[in-house]
Every structure is written in C-alpha cells, then in structure tokens.
Design a protein around this ligand. Structure first.
Ligand code: F1P
Length: 324
C-alpha cells in the first residue's frame, strides 16, 4: 500500500469537467466501483454512479444521452476481463465520453485502450480470489480523487492508511473465533453508502472461499424484511460509521434478541456493545477509513475456508479471468 501511495503521489492526472462519471467493473471490481463512485461523489460533489461493465454496452440507452458528457472509470485487476474490455471498446467509439482504467497490468488490453491509466504493477496476486488488489485499487482511486480536488485534509488522512492497515493485520486473531465456529451457518454483512460496496465484496469473499450462505444489505435496510432469517446460527457483521453508531447499537440489540451473533467493526466509543467489537480508525474520517474494514473480513473468509478444508486461493467453479 505504501507503493500504491508512491505511484499516485508521483502520477499526474487530467482534470476534466463532465456531466457524469461512471465507475464500472465485474465481480469484485464492480463492488469496488460502488465504493469508489460514492467516495468520488462525496469528495468532488460531482455525479458518479457504479454500473456492472456489461450493462454499459448492453443497455447504453439507460446510461448515455447525446447532449451530455461522460467519463468512465473501468476497474479490472487483470485488465483482460471480456465485459470490461468490451465496455471500453464501446466507450471509445463515443465522442462525448472519455475513459480511465485502473488495473494491475500495464500490458493489458484495458491499459492499452484507455485514455488514462493507473497501473499497480507491484500487485502480483497469484490467487484466483482478489484480496490485496481490491484494497490497493480502492486506495488508489481514493488518492486519485483527492489529488484531482487538491483535498489536502483527505490526502493527509489517506497517507496514514498503509501504517494503519499494517496495525490491523496484528488483529487477525480477533476474527478467528467467528471463522472457527462451524455451527454458524449464515453470514450477513451490513454496510451503508461508501461501505455498501465493501459489504458486497466481503460477502463475495466468504461465498467464493467457503461456499457459505451469505448476503449483504445497507445497515438499516436489514430491518425491512431480511431480519426475519436471523437465528442462533446467523452471524451479522456490522460495519459502522461515526454518525451511525447509535442506530447501529439498536440494530445490534435487535439481532441479538433474535439469537444472532454480531461482529461489529467501526470507530466506536467505549460503550458500544456487540458479541465482538473491533474498534478501528477512530482518528480517520468515515470516507477515508474505508479500506481498513476489508483485510480483517478477508481473513474471516480465509480462516473459515481453512477450517472447512477448502483451498482459499482456488474457489470452486471460478478462474482468475472470466473470458466470454
Ligand atoms: C473480475 C472477476 C473477479 C473474480 C474472479 C473473476 O476480475 O470477476 O472479481 O474474483 O477472479 O474475475 P477483473 O476484471 O478484476 O480481473
């Protein structure tokens, strides 16, 4: 992550004024797009939305009109995923749309086709499952956004992230008890706004690595129906923001009353109670704390996979690159 910081710190970016930004990708890269678009919108005040890469060329009428201008940020670890490349080729034919790629491979179709590129070549991930590539590409997009806006306070906070992620890795034992308990059969991940993409991503991690039944929702949406499946074999992972602490505390109590177990992650005050509380990033603002939630929950999936006897690097029915 320090290398990612150095790359973005040195790189120069074009400042463009467009009507709409789309952040697109497939699978993990789409979930990254959801959090990155929300972050971009919050820092820049400009419209941004996340779209699965395939929809850009399958339903262009939904996303583009003639008299508006667009910038599309395409995210892909491999830079070769079929839908991401097809979306970029489609965009390149449009005169009112520019493109930007974020990938881990400089020599990839995506990097060759895009107007501008962030290439994180130091992320040499061998696993089929995306872990450090997710964290680093999200971090790179936060730094990119902050640099574009010359948002000094955000940049100062983001500069601390590599050190704070390092500290987090020492806390990995804390998630092991949730990973080891095989009577827990269902996992629900809750995250709102910027955190909703993260909730979807850690759900996918658990699904890919462990074949466990799991779902994700925006925190308070959980009460509107999904809460009916909570029982004593359900674990709910709550990702909190500073301003949602009180509402999340009530939600935790409701889930526990129904027999569910709660693992809570957030910048909590001392009084917050759950079955296990991980207090993280108290000194960092909600939008810049994002990536701190991810590694520990990736570890949760990893340790559960080992406990179940699965190879966490090679999930069933999945390959590193999906080519149509
Ligand atoms: C996207 C992706 C991954 C998934 C699997 C297949 O890859 O869908 O999210 O875990 O590895 O590919 P990419 O476009 O980011 O390379």
């Amino acid at each position: 992550m320090k290398d990612t910081y150095e790359i973005i710190n040195k790189q120069k970016f074009k400042k463009e004024s467009v009507d709409m930004h789309y952040f697109i990708g497939c699978g993990t890269s789409f979930y990254l797009a959801i959090s990155a678009a929300k972050y971009f919108q919050s820092v820049t005040g400009q419209f941004a939305s996340a779209v699965p890469a395939s929809e850009i060329f399958l339903n262009p009428d939904v996303y583009f009109t003639e008299n508006k201008t667009y910038k599309v940020v395409v995210i892909s670890r491999s830079g070769t995923t079929s839908e991401a490349v097809a979306a970029l080729k489609f965009i390149n034919k449009k005169t009112n749309t520019s493109s930007f790629a974020v990938t881990c491979f400089e020599e990839s179709p995506l990097a060759e086709l895009a107007d501008e590129v962030i290439a994180l070549e130091h992320i040499n991930e061998k696993s089929v499952v995306m872990t450090q590539s997710f964290t680093n590409m999200l971090y790179a997009l936060q730094l990119y956004t902050t640099k574009l806006m010359d948002a000094k306070e955000d940049w100062t906070e983001l500069k601390e992230i590599p050190r704070l992620v390092g500290d987090l890795l020492l806390m990995q034992d804390s998630v092991k008890r949730f990973a080891a308990e095989l009577t827990y059969r269902r996992f629900i991940y809750l995250g709102a706004s910027y955190y909703n993409g993260l909730a979807k991503e850690v759900t996918l991690k658990l699904k890919e690595m462990t074949q466990t039944e799991c779902e994700s929702y925006s925190n308070l949406e959980f009460r509107h129906g999904p809460i009916s499946i909570v029982d004593d074999r359900t674990v709910v992972v709550v990702m909190s923001q500073k301003q949602t602490e009180d509402l999340d505390q009530d939600l935790v109590k409701d889930i526990q009353r129904l027999g569910g177990k709660v693992l809570a992650l957030g910048p909590y005050s001392e009084t917050f109670e759950a079955d296990y509380t991980l207090t993280i990033g108290q000194e960092i603002s909600d939008r810049n704390r994002l990536v701190l939630y991810v590694p520990l929950l990736q570890y949760l999936a990893y340790y559960r996979a080992l406990r179940l006897g699965y190879d966490p690097d090679k999930p069933k029915n999945l390959s590193q690159v999906v080519e149509l």
